[in-house]
Structures are given as C-alpha cells and as structure tokens.
Ligand binder design. Structure first.
Ligand code: HEC
Length: 107
C-alpha cells in the first residue's frame, strides 16, 4: 500500500513538471493572441481606470490646454503613464490617445 502511494506521488510530480512546461507555452500563445487583438483595447475604459485620478477631462478642453498636436498628445499620454507607473502596453497608450483625440482634441 505504501509503495502504491509513492508511485502515485511520483507520477503526480512528473505530471506537474509536464504541466509547467506546457503551461509556459500556453502563456506565450495567449500573449500573442492578445497583442494581435489591438482592435479590442478599450481606450475609454482604460482612461477612466488609469487616468482620472488626478485630473478630470477639463484639462483636455480648457482654453489654455498645452497639447497642440496628435504627436504631442501621444507623448503626453506616454509621459503621464510613465509618471504614474501604470505600465500600460503601447497599444493601450495608443487606444487612450485615440480616445482623447476623438472625444476632446480632434486633431
Ligand atoms: C499623478 C497624477 C496624474 C495622473 C494619474 C495622470 N495625469 Fe495627466 N496630467 C497631470 C497633470 C498635473 C497635468 C497638467 C495639468 C494642467 O496642465 O493643468 C496633466 C496633463 C495631462 C494632459 C495634457 C492636457 C493639456 O492639453 O494641457 C494629458 C493629455 C494627460 N494629462 C493625459 C493623461 C493620461 C492619458 C493619463 C493616464 C495614463 C493621465 N494623464 C494620468 C497629472 C496626472
């Protein structure tokens, strides 16, 4: 009986090693799938989640707003992301810039 348990135990270990190796492959596949899926990144939701803590949307619409071009908007979004350490992916930053441009700046 004891021997039987040992056999089960060691095959469990073997199984979990296999599971770990295939697990990391599976993770890679998921990553590839999500980064090629940029259409689905929701800039509006991301903005609400990460960017509305310090300022509301009035900074984007006020008369003396600093952002004057799409290029500087993208730079500012990257800069704010770097300041707050939100570590958003490039396609997420792009989605936020696109949202801000469509909604407020309209360059
Ligand atoms: C830690 C606080 C903080 C957070 C969080 C933050 N910002 Fe800002 N942001 C600022 C400050 C301060 C300004 C300057 C406001 C001003 O000029 O009145 C600013 C200005 C901006 C401007 C320029 C507005 C203009 O036209 O003058 C943009 C665009 C912007 N932020 C985007 C973002 C985005 C996108 C995020 C999320 C990734 C974000 N911010 C998160 C602090 C923050």
């Amino acid at each position: 009986m004891k021997k039987y348990k040992i056999v089960i135990f060691s095959s469990l270990i073997a199984l979990s090693i296999v599971a770990c190796t295939t697990g990391s492959n599976a993770q890679k596949e998921i990553k590839v799938a999500s980064s090629s899926d940029t259409e689905k990144v929701d800039g509006k939701a991301l903005h609400k989640e990460s960017c509305s803590k310090c300022h509301d949307s009035s900074v984007y619409t006020k008369a003396d707003r600093k952002i004057k071009s799409l290029d500087s908007l993208e730079k500012r979004v990257r800069g704010c992301d770097a300041n707050i350490g939100s570590n958003l992916e490039p396609e997420e930053l792009k989605a936020i810039s696109t949202f801000l441009n469509n909604e407020y700046y309209k360059f």
